[in-house]
Design a protein. Structure first.
Length: 368
């Protein structure tokens, strides 16, 4: 079978892949659609140090083809979203319903594939850029068959990472205010989750002005250009301390929440300056290397501001993914609108080009 394989210094569409039979507690999924995420491109560039050869892709949906012994929640023919969280199901974090904190969900390097007869690695416990993949049963989340695969696949990563940061890592109250820094696929989902939570003001920030229309479509009330040097002041003008003052004591005024989708020290530093008393920065994006930023103590100790991290949306697959699907089927959450373009498996490099150019919110590979 065909797949997109990281060969050590690039990604190539190669034939000659095979996947092993499912073991106990595992599932074989025929992949029907897969979203192209920045993490796949980063891996393809060798930045993660991932072993090669490896089958890329981690944002997928498909049809269950085979189940291993002990799997009872899905059967052959079921439609599923593939979660990247290959959780153990028994540790303290899993028992508390927080599988993103399960130690087994990081890395999960294995060699369930062969390429021309030689062992081939998986990627992110998913490897959905191929025709069939094998995953832990826990990762297969059954969904109604009326949900298009091209929309469902995005729930596997981009949707949950953005929306989950709002719905499951934060405690946004009706009428609160927020900034979303970065309006790609993840940021758009944070924006629409804030709309679902009935935030009163949702300020979208991006360095590409052409993203304003999509940001507003998904629920942003305001849009600012992230390249502007006075970006903090612009936010404070929108949410001032009072009618006559932008800032009050200890920098009072500003928004209740900032979602840093970019993960850059300069962005995080700006985000801190945008917060009102009691506000929180939620860091979603991951900077490369050993990047650091400076925390001014008095911004926290005198007014209860906070900074928290969020991994993959802090979600639990079999409850939270299904909540998103339910909202989608009721017309309260947009998935179809995220799919800007579809490509065949062989069109992976076109999808990457369009992503880098800002031409798509999300490109999707149609495989099955």
């Amino acid at each position: 079978m065909k797949g997109i394989v990281f060969t050590g210094d690039k990604a190539e569409v190669l034939d000659g892949l095979e996947v092993r039979e499912p073991g106990a507690g595992e599932v074989i999924v025929k992949v029907m659609a897969a979203g192209v995420c920045h993490s796949d491109v980063t891996a393809a560039a060798g930045a993660f140090g991932w072993p090669s050869p490896a089958v890329l892709g981690h944002e997928g949906a498909g049809i269950v083809e085979k189940v291993g012994t002990g799997v009872t929640h899905v059967v052959e023919g079921d439609h599923v979203i593939i979660s990247t969280l290959a959780a153990c199901g028994v540790c303290k974090a899993c028992a508390q319903g927080k599988p993103t904190r399960c130690r087994q969900t990081l890395g999960n390097m294995a060699q369930p594939f062969t390429l021309d007869g030689e062992a081939c690695w998986n990627f992110a416990a998913a490897s959905v850029f191929t025709e069939r993949t094998v995953i832990r049963g826990f990762q297969a989340v059954k969904i109604p068959k009326d949900v298009p695969f091209t929309s469902a696949c995005l729930v596997g990563c981009g949707v949950m990472t953005g929306a989950g940061a709002v719905l499951y890592r934060s405690d946004v109250k009706i009428g609160q205010t927020a900034v979303v820094y970065g309006c790609g696929g993840v940021g758009l989902n944070a924006i629409q989750a804030l709309r679902v939570k009935r935030a009163s003001r949702i300020i979208a920030i991006d360095t590409e002005p052409e993203k304003e229309a999509l940001a507003r479509q998904f629920g942003a009330t305001d849009f600012l250009n992230g390249r502007d040097e006075d970006i903090v002041e612009q936010v404070r003008r929108l949410v001032p301390y009072s009618e006559t003052e932008l800032s009050g004591p200890f920098n009072a005024g500003g928004v209740d929440w900032v979602y840093d989708v970019v993960g850059h020290p300069a962005v995080t530093s700006n985000a801190l300056e945008m917060l009102d008393w009691g506000g929180t920065v939620v860091i979603i994006g991951t900077p490369g290397g050993d990047a650091t930023f400076t925390l001014p103590y008095q911004r926290f100790t005198q007014n209860e501001r906070a900074v928290i991290g969020c991994r993959a949306g802090s979600y639990s697959p079999h409850s939270d993914m299904l909540q998103i699907i339910d909202l989608y089927r009721r017309g309260e959450f947009m998935l179809d609108e995220l799919v800007t373009a579809t490509y065949p498996l062989e069109g992976f490099h076109d999808a990457v080009h369009d992503m880098h150019s800002g031409a798509v919110a999300r490109g999707v590979l149609t495989i099955g």
